[in-house]
Ligand binder design. Structure first.
Ligand SMILES: Cc1cc2nc3c(=O)[nH]c(=O)nc-3n(C[C@H](O)[C@H](O)[C@H](O)COP(=O)(O)OP(=O)(O)OC[C@H]3O[C@@H](n4cnc5c(N)ncnc54)[C@H](O)[C@@H]3O)c2cc1C
Length: 303
C-alpha cells in the first residue's frame, strides 16, 4: 500500500479508499436491478421486488436476516433499506416508507424502473446464538421489516428454539404492515413450546377488536428462564430503550438483548463517518448491536 502511495503520490485516505474498493468486489458497486413488482402495504409504505436487470450481470451477495442494501434512485440519491425478504428465484424484497426525496422516489417507482443496488451490508441478527433459546421478538411500526426474514426463519425452523413470543405494535390498525402474514403466524400451531404472536395498536378505530396500548405493554410479566432467553428488537429508538430496560428488569442479561439502530448513512462500509456513534460505525459494526454495547450511547441526547 505504501509503495502504491509513493508511486502515484496518493494521500493515506485515498490509498485506504482504493484498498477498500479494489479488494471489495461487487459488494461496493451498485448493480442495476429492475422493479418487478410493487405492493402497497399501508398508506405510506410500499414493498418493491427487485431482480437483476440483466441476467448476465453480477448480483448482490445473498443478504442475511437484519442486513441492509443501499438503494440508489438515479438522479435523486441513495438510502439504506433493510432486506425484508428473498424470493425463491433470488429476487430481493424491500419495504419502504415515504419520508423524503429518495424514499418517495422509491415508493413511486413503477414496474420496470431501474435502480442501483449495492450490499449486503451490516451485521445481521445473531442467528447462531438463537438456537435452543426462548426468543422475545419486539417490532414497532416498520421495525417489523428488518425482523421479517428472521421471523420467517423462526417459523420455518420452530423446533430449533424454545418458547417464542412475538410482539408487534403499530400506531393505528391502518398502519400495521404485513397484516396478512401476521394473522397467518397467529394461526400456526406447534406441538411443543409457546408460540405467541400478539398485535397491538396505539389508537384503535371502531372496527378494531384487538389490543390497544404501547407495544412494550405486550412484554411478558415474568420469565421462567431469563438466562436462556434472547430478545431481538427493532422500532423507534425510544421504544427500544424502554423495552431493553424492561427486559433487564425481567432478568435478561444486557448481552442477550439486540437492537437494530438507524443513523444517516452514506458509504455504508465504515469509511465516511456519517453514521458514527462514538466508537462504532452503525453501517459496519451494526446496525444490530447488543444492548451491552450501546446502552450508554443511547442515553446521550441527539447522539
Ligand atoms: C440500516 C438502516 C435500515 C433501514 N431500513 C429501512 C427500511 O427497511 N425501510 C424504510 O422505509 N426505511 C429504512 N431506513 C430508513 C431510511 O434509510 C430513511 O428513511 C431514508 O434515509 C430517508 O431518506 P429520504 O431521502 O427519503 O428522506 P430525507 O430527505 O433524508 O428526509 C426527509 C425527512 O424525513 C426525516 N426522516 C428521515 N428518515 C426518517 C425515518 N426513518 N423516519 C421518519 N422520518 C425520517 C428526516 O429527518 C427529514 O425531515 C433504514 C435506515 C437504516 C440506517
Amino acid at each position: 500500500m505504501v509503495t502504491i502511495a509513493k508511486e502515484v503520490n496518493l494521500s493515506q485516505a485515498e490509498v485506504q479508499l482504493k484498498g477498500v474498493v479494489a479488494g471489495a468486489g461487487d459488494q461496493y458497486l451498485p448493480v442495476a436491478y429492475s422493479v418487478t413488482s410493487r405492493k402497497r402495504e399501508t398508506a405510506d409504505t410500499v414493498t418493491l421486488t427487485l431482480k437483476p436487470k440483466d441476467s448476465r450481470s453480477s448480483v448482490c451477495p445473498r443478504p442475511r436476516p437484519g442486513q441492509f442494501n443501499m438503494l440508489y434512485v438515479f438522479g435523486v440519491g441513495e438510502i439504506p433499506v433493510s432486506v425484508c425478504g428473498i424470493e425463491p428465484d433470488g429476487a430481493l424484497l424491500h419495504t419502504i416508507r415515504r419520508v423524503g426525496a429518495v424514499s418517495v422516489a422509491l415508493c413511486d417507482s413503477k414496474v420496470g424502473t431501474v435502480i442501483g443496488v449495492r450490499g449486503a451490508y451490516g451485521v445481521g441478527w445473531p442467528v447462531a446464538r438463537m438456537r435452543q433459546r426462548s426468543l422475545i421478538i419486539l417490532a414497532g411500526g416498520l421495525g417489523l421489516a428488518p425482523l421479517l426474514m428472521l421471523i420467517r426463519h423462526v417459523v420455518r425452523c420452530r423446533s430449533d428454539f424454545a418458547d417464542i413470543t412475538i410482539c408487534i405494535g403499530a400506531r393505528t390498525p391502518q398502519d400495521v404492515p404485513f397484516l396478512r402474514e401476521i394473522l397467518s403466524w397467529q394461526r400456526l400451531k406447534y406441538d411443543a413450546g409457546l408460540f405467541d404472536v400478539r398485535l397491538i395498536v396505539d389508537r384503535a378505530d371502531r372496527d378494531w377488536r384487538g389490543e390497544v396500548g404501547v407495544v412494550t405493554s405486550l412484554l411478558p410479566r415474568s420469565l421462567t428462564a431469563p438466562e436462556c432467553s434472547l430478545a431481538l428488537i427493532c422500532g423507534p429508538e425510544v421504544m427500544m430503550r424502554h423495552a431493553a430496560s424492561d427486559l433487564v428488569r425481567l432478568g435478561l442479561s444486557h448481552c442477550d438483548i439486540y437492537l437494530s439502530l438507524e443513523r444517516n448513512m452514506k458509504c455504508a462500509f465504515g469509511l465516511c463517518g456519517h453514521c458514527q456513534l462514538n466508537r462504532y460505525f452503525v453501517c459496519r459494526d451494526g446496525p444490530i448491536f447488543s444492548f451491552e454495547k450501546v446502552e450508554s450511547l443511547l442515553n446521550v441526547k441527539d447522539l
